[in-house]
Design a protein around this ligand. Structure first.
Ligand code: AMP
Ligand code: GLY
Length: 416
């Protein structure tokens, strides 16, 4: 019987813990740090996800058989490197491989070297040179991306020269960002979707496609968030297009990373766009997407421990088996999110929800379930098709009560 340590505290980690808890091989799950939902399935331990020495010490003391890393910050802090060096099986990329997410320029250069389809780009460290380039192009909108950790505020779609100038000043001259470069790229148009795969070096095991909704309010209005809901499958991507993306994007990226000395050992997340010219890469992430994982991972029928362990250690897997159900997940977020919001509002009724309530930001005090983050719950429902699953999700959400939560009412609208 196996012991597993999961690192992270959000809905994505709740989905991971949920799947591991269904594995007959798994005897005990620890989660650092977890949340109130995860605590129903795992023993939560108060160690920060970037505290590498303490996490490793915990894993060795408790003789865990496998560690599954959720957040990018933990990977960028070198958790997987330290565990691998100590001989603990770990599902998660090295710090070097995590650059596919943490450095836009690393990802763009890799794609250019290997002819992976993406928007044309140039990168600049100098404000004057960048501005000269933007002026010479004189094409709007134009996309400006800060090349470094920017907590989700690093992408600006400039509509005119004045806005481009202000953004470049902000990113390259001002104090708000660090000492990074700016990637300037062509503006692409079309529906976006998320294509995740389990990857060990050259081996790539695709997951079902999902779509996330990044804006806070209905009709894709309001500020960008971490994601307000997700669904799978996607009617606007054909099986042929999915195969094309696997063959021309995910597999060649895995091969390139392995061949260039930064092999992947975890999840490769392609943020893709279906443009009139074909499928293009918008970005890569080095981890499970959140909230996409909450609708995708529960569909995995193959034993999750077997999958995570094989990816961690390089064992071969049979083709993965996925339930063929339509799944829609709606995020309940604190009023005010993604700006400032209050914590500590009581939530009731989650037990009545017919489906899966995955906790993103919750805590429990004196037996009461309380909000404890911006995104609080991901309410996941199934159906024979997307309209059914969506109706089911919205009907069931009525059973959950809290006076400080809001949600989008149009999740999956692109699939109706
Ligand atoms: P990223 O952090 O690179 O995923 O960018 C955040 C969001 O900005 C994406 O989800 C897209 O909606 C948008 N975006 C990024 N790059 C482009 C592009 N080249 N063309 C159009 N939209 C983009
Ligand atoms: N849902 C988008 C992401 O995880 O980055």
């Amino acid at each position: 019987m196996k012991k597993v340590l999961v690192i992270g505290s959000g809905g994505r980690e709740h989905a991971i813990v949920y799947q591991l808890s269904r594995s007959p091989q798994v005897e005990h799950i620890y989660c650092a740090q977890g949340n109130a939902g995860i605590a129903q399935l795992a023993e939560c331990v108060p160690i920060a996800d970037t505290n590498v020495p303490q996490l490793l010490d915990f894993a060795l003391t408790h003789q865990v058989d496998l560690c599954v890393v959720g957040p990018e910050a933990a990977l960028a802090a070198g958790v997987a490197d330290a565990f691998r060096e100590a001989g603990v099986a770990v599902f998660g990329h090295s710090r070097a491989a995590t650059q596919i997410e943490s450095s836009k320029e690393f990802a763009k250069q890799l794609m250019a070297r290997h002819h992976i389809p993406t928007a044309a780009y140039r990168s600049f460290a100098d404000y004057n040179e960048a501005l000269r380039y933007v002026r010479s192009r004189n094409t709007y909108p134009t996309v400006l991306k800060y090349d470094g950790l920017a907590a989700g505020k690093g992408v600006v779609i400039a509509e005119n020269e004045q806005q481009a100038d202000l953004t470049l000043r902000d990113m390259l001259v001002g104090e708000a960002f660090g000492k990074g470069k700016v990637v300037i790229e062509d503006y692409l148009q079309g529906p976006e979707f998320s294509f995740m795969a389990f990857v060990h070096h050259h081996r790539v095991y695709p997951m079902p496609l999902a779509q996330d909704h990044k804006r806070a309010f209905d009709e894709d209005k309001g500020p960008n968030t971490g994601g307000m809901g997700a669904y799978t499958p996607l009617p606007f991507i054909s099986p042929e297009e999915e195969q094309w993306a696997l063959r021309h994007i995910l597999q060649p990226v895995a091969d390139a990373m392995a061949n260039e000395g930064t092999p992947l050992t975890g999840v490769l997340y392609g943020g893709l766009m279906k443009t009139p010219e074909g499928i293009r890469v918008i970005e890569f992430n080095a981890r499970f997407g959140d909230p996409e994982t909450e609708v995708v991972l529960p569909l995995l029928e193959t034993d999750a421990y077997t999958v995570f362990h094989a990816i961690a250690t390089g064992n071969e897997l049979p083709p993965l088996v996925w339930q063929q159900q339509a799944t829609v997940g709606v995020v309940l977020a604190s009023k005010g999110y993604p700006g400032t919001y209050k914590k500590g509002a009581e939530i009731t009724g989650t037990e009545q929800f017919d489906g899966l309530v995955l906790h993103m930001g919750t805590t429990r005090e004196n037996g009461h379930l309380l909000t404890n983050g911006g995104r609080v719950l991901m309410c996941v429902a199934h159906g024979d098709n997307i309209p059914q699953a969506r109706q089911h999700a919205y009907d069931e959400i009525q059973k959950i009560h809290c006076d400080n939560l809001f949600y989008r009412t149009d999740i999956a609208y692109q699939a109706l």
